[in-house]
Design a protein around this ligand. Sequence first.
Ligand code: 5GP
Ligand code: ZN
Length: 114
Amino acid sequence: MEDCIFCKIIRREVPSNIVYEDEEIIAFKDIQPAAPIHILVIPKKHIPSLVQLEKEDEILIGKIYTIINKIAEEQGVLDKGYRVIVNCGQDGGQEVGHLHFHLLAGKRLGEKIV
Ligand code: 5GP
Ligand code: ZN
């Protein structure tokens, strides 16, 4: 069993505000929102980061993007748009070692790097 904060959220050992869940994916509100809508979408499989992605995960990652779009629709931001960020490793600024996709929306997002 992984001693990881997001695995604990999946197992309901740590409370969170879950907005989506299926067999493979869970999404919950970020505890420190950087935008009016800030949701973390994660695979239930403990993949530490994109670096550890395996061939068998390709379909799962594609599905995550479909779910992100579904959540964006439910949150009512499809017309205005949203941003997805995946921080990877030290230089990427990743703090939690369980692959997660930040879904940010609800305001004009600034600080574009690319
Ligand atoms: P990273 O910097 O690794 O890309 O993003 C980690 C994110 O996880 C941060 O935005 C942080 O606010 C969020 N986070 C860290 N611990 C918890 C927690 O216990 N619950 C929730 N809901 N979010 C968390
Ligand atoms: Zn984990």
